[in-house]
Design a protein around this ligand. Sequence first.
Ligand code: SF4
Length: 969
Amino acid sequence: MSTNDLNERVLAAKADVEARGETFYPGASRIHLAAFPPKERWSDWVELDSKAWPEKVERRYALVPTTCFNCESACGLLAYVDRDTLEVRKFEGNPEHPGSRGRNCAKGPATLNQITDPDRILAPLRRVGERGEGKWEPVAWDDALDDIAGRIRAALLEERHEEVMYHVGRPGEDGFTERTLAAWGVDGHNSHTNICSSGARAGYHFWMGMDRPSPDHVNADAILLVSSHLEAGHYFNPHAQRVMEGKKNGAKLIVFDTRLSNTATHADHWLSTYPGSEAAVLLAVANHLIQTGAYNAGFVERWWNWKEYLEEVHPDESPTFARFQAALADLYSSYTFEFAARESGVPEATIRAVAEVVAGAGTRLSTHNWRSAAAGNLGGWQVARTLFLLNALMGAVAVPGSTFPNSWNKYVPRPIHLPPRHPAHWNELTWPHEYPLSLMEMSFLLPHLMEKQDGYVDVYFTRVYNPVWTNPDGFSWIEMLTNPDRIGLHIALTPTWNETAFFADYVLPMGHSAERHDLTSYEQYDGRWIGFRQPVGRRMKEMAGEAVTTTLGTNPGEVWEENEFWMELTWRIDPDGALGIRSFFESRERPGEKLSVDEYYGWMFENSVPGLPEAAAADGVSPLEYMRRYGAFEISRQVGAVYEEEVPEAELEDLHVDGAGRAFTRAPKPPSKNVVPLPPLDPDDDGRRRVGVEVGGTVLRGWPTKTGKLEFWSRTLAEWGWQELAIPTYAKSHVHPDRLESGQFCLISTFRLPVQIHTRSANAKWLNEIAHTNPLWLHPTDARPMGVETGDLVRVETRIGHFVVKAWVTEGIHPGVVACSHHMGRWRLREGQRLSMGTADLDQQGPAWKLTRKKGTGPFQSPDADTSRIWWTDVGVHQNMTFPVQPDPISGAHCWHQAVRVTPARSGDRYGDIVVDTERSREAFQDWLTLARPAEAHSPDGTRRPYWLLRPVRPEREAYKLPKEPESV
Ligand code: SF4
């Protein structure tokens, strides 16, 4: 059939569907008649049962939208629920979701495996025996809630607020739990972010007051990715599909990745940079733009804080733009292509070619960096800062085809209640004074900070988080979790067994993505949308006309959802409202009664999402029902360059413009329905609020930074002791060749297997069948002298121990560098996920720990016949336990790359061996601590941390003051 015939066929089908008043969703390829069922028939969709073929058996489905929970992208899913049995038969994409547009990666449809996983936890459990002994008994939700609420209530009444801590892996919801903790008055939020993205976040934040990039790949001429986003990154599917669209439109794809990742295989220019050299290469590109005059001088003059830089760094010179241009040329002149080639190992000609592509892209340069180099290196945050320097030089900022700040491409609807106050207490365990600029909590240091501060947490929640396995130095976590003098009560909120839950007191099952409510919005293109996760069983009951008041009972077993859990727990903490906490979850419709999730989201959709009530009315339904039907709503497209927006006259009451051009007003801030977090900016001396910045005689919105401009020079960094790093620059990483001992390699451990994601995909049989091992990538030139071939066992020695893994000899890695994916090596001592966890023995002799694999996975009997067909035994190796903590002294990010020795396995070494000495972990912590510049020595104003920096659950301003005496020494 010719292309014309195919086109005609599709057009005819489209006309046919639309003539029926239904929506036609074109397929990715022209030969598809339609890629999805029309939304008008989602409540009663009929299709043939593929398993019954060749018999034509019709199945009737209700298609219920929800969103995927397996990574942060929150792609739309449609659950195909069999109307006869009420079972979910499959998950496919939701074409109404603006971010994912009907597409998913392999992990989306695998949600089906997760909800039918035979090893999932279906009822609340309470520990019996010692913590970690593996003995459990069922417990009623009521009893667990009363116990936990009682302890939290006592802590609040006794002013022990710092003893309540909530440690989250995947949030999945914008701000719900942060607001809950703030309502309790607790500065107890602890996240995984400092082992993940805070390096990159810091680099962006110091530039623009917002901490994430939102690249517009589709409209770009050049796409520059530092790391492997296309196939294995954080925004896997929504970004990947747009990268491919951009490429189809003619964009050149440039990928910095030490490994030949899936992304790199799609690149026009692949730069296998030596780990930590990325900033040097980016600065060489910047230098080329500067020296050749290829940069956008008009944008730089208009939007950089160049005057402030000159005034501070060259105070004796006239602060003209010409002088700044000369200074700029001087600052980066040493970053030649030759220098970058020497540092990175990438040929000079390749770097030059990339610089020409960037120069030719003009403002259509989209760039992205997440994790990867920023998460691997000491000073990794400068990778994001130097990458954004290219955007800032080209004016490729928040214009079509460029990179936007996340906050302008994100929408967090104002909820029905905001917390009545900020916490009055500062939690030194999560925000220690040694790391005043850390972008997020110093979560991975918790065991060490506990020891250092003689800390104690009475109620510790881990939530979809597994620090024993995910964090570096997992044995130190086990030591802390099993010590009742450190942790009073540990509650693991998880649908799935994990290595941390083994050391809990309560294991409380929370729903997977099709079993819970959440609202999400992420930066994936120049637009704003919200996506609604909903419990599918609950929706089916409601569609059948049943009155449903709680998700508990509509999910499998006694699996609950967290939003209702927090509401219920809050009421039990403050049963009579005397603590002023309960009101946060009180109904407005029924004063004195508990808020329901229906009212919570119904109010939000009715009052805080522009355009949604109108769209719902056009469908003849309420906004809540609209979201339950379609699962997502696009609020706006082409948000554009917010910084160029003129501030309306009405907001300029009693305008005051200071010497730096910052504009202040007495006009109150117009109420905003979007409560996406932005930095709080100080008022002027007379109490006027910051409203914008004057540029060319007009007051524009500008940037949420100290100056209102893009901050090339960061006063924050300079004033808090880091003068030498206040501009985008390059400093040698801890794994720079100059810092490695003879015979050491750099180990990269930060990359993903595209179909796996941390702990969360371990219960998906399809994904485990595809990827279940993590061999050590080793270049032939490194393997040969050792006599190592693919499949041989090698021992990898870190500073605190070693692990034993199989080698994979490949030219897909930079010589002198080895790499091992971080998704693998799950283990269990007793109970656990049999699909993906090997069984292991744990041995401890004082600080000497050893984890020995007894066996891998294999077939087992369960209600799922597929589990008897497991053909693989390997589950990979748990390398993270052998890594010491390595906190970056500025961003606070764990610097994941390791200096290691690789040798053929020794006699007695067995695959999967993990050996660690936690005494050496403590020494490593102390060594890295010496790099820090603590607040009490460097704070310019007696505070613990710059107030303007973003911070989840921000305490009241008084709590920012440093105590008279340091709290720990
Ligand atoms: S990219 Fe994949 S894992 Fe992430 S939300 Fe989308 S479908 Fe799920």
